[in-house]
Design a protein. Structure first.
Length: 252
């Protein structure tokens, strides 16, 4: 196993569709045996007292304890200027073309192909006339933290894990994955195992066997590292970024 890339057993998923009024849920029938209309509603899990945390910096993602294991549940939210029009509504062009359905199927392909991503469990698209709202549920990656949290922790030192981050990003680019929003909060790390994962593949693309030009991804990630304003002993934005780039450009 290459450092930074966790060993993930291939999983042949069995996607099925559940329909309830104006909503559809695509789910992995191998993992989820009972589906209901509130499966991807955070309020339902709160009522069950099953919510045990949320992703820092991403208030739309909560962690829930389900009958089929611990999961991360993310409701789709707009950022930037589109949020001024609507925070959670998107133009409906068909269930299969919705963001949650597309991300579910993309994650399934990445996971089955052995790339370090969370396994998708279910996705919901709920139509409201010309618009829809959506949510995605993925398997929770144990013992991980965001790269942002790791970098800001004064007890974490050394550059080996950062080099692993660079190597994993290179693996995605070499494999044909173009991540639409690569930043320090969409990279999860397990410092003990030196394992690195990428998350949040909304609007991302995957063309197996076609290496992508990752310059845009890299520039976006560099900006997010710089915004942390690191000033810890032995590490700053410059040294952190240099370590990531050594891993990205280094030998396999």
């Amino acid at each position: 196993m290459r450092r930074g890339i966790p060993r993930i057993a291939p999983l042949l998923m069995k996607p099925e569709i559940y329909t309830h009024h104006h909503a559809r849920i695509v789910y992995d029938a191998d993992r989820i045996t009972e589906v209901h209309d509130a499966l991807l509603c955070p309020q339902y899990w709160q009522q069950q007292q099953a919510v045990f945390g949320q992703a820092r910096g991403r208030g739309n993602t909560v962690f829930v304890a389900t009958p089929f294991g611990r999961a991360a549940l993310r409701e789709y939210r707009r950022g930037g200027w589109p949020a001024r029009v609507s925070r959670d509504r998107y133009l409906f062009l068909g269930f299969q073309r919705s963001r949650p359905f597309r991300e579910f199927h993309l994650l399934a392909r990445l996971f089955v192909d052995g790339l370090p991503v969370p396994a998708p469990l279910a996705a919901r698209c709920e139509r409201h006339g010309m618009y829809y709202r959506g949510a995605l549920m993925t398997r929770l990656l144990p013992d991980t933290t965001t790269l942002a949290e790791w970098l800001l922790n004064p007890h974490h030192h050394g550059e080996a894990l950062l080099e692993c981050v660079g190597r994993v990003i290179r693996t995605f680019h070499a494999g044909g994955v173009d991540h639409a929003d690569l930043n320090v909060r969409n990279i999860l790390v397990n410092a003990d195992d030196q394992a690195v994962y990428l998350v949040d593949f909304d609007r991302s693309t995957y063309r197996p066997g076609h290496r992508v030009n990752g310059d845009k991804n890299i520039r976006r990630l560099e900006r997010s590292v710089q915004k942390l304003n690191l000033s810890l002993p032995g590490i700053n934005a410059g040294t952190a970024w240099a370590a990531i780039m050594r891993g990205y450009h280094g030998a396999s």
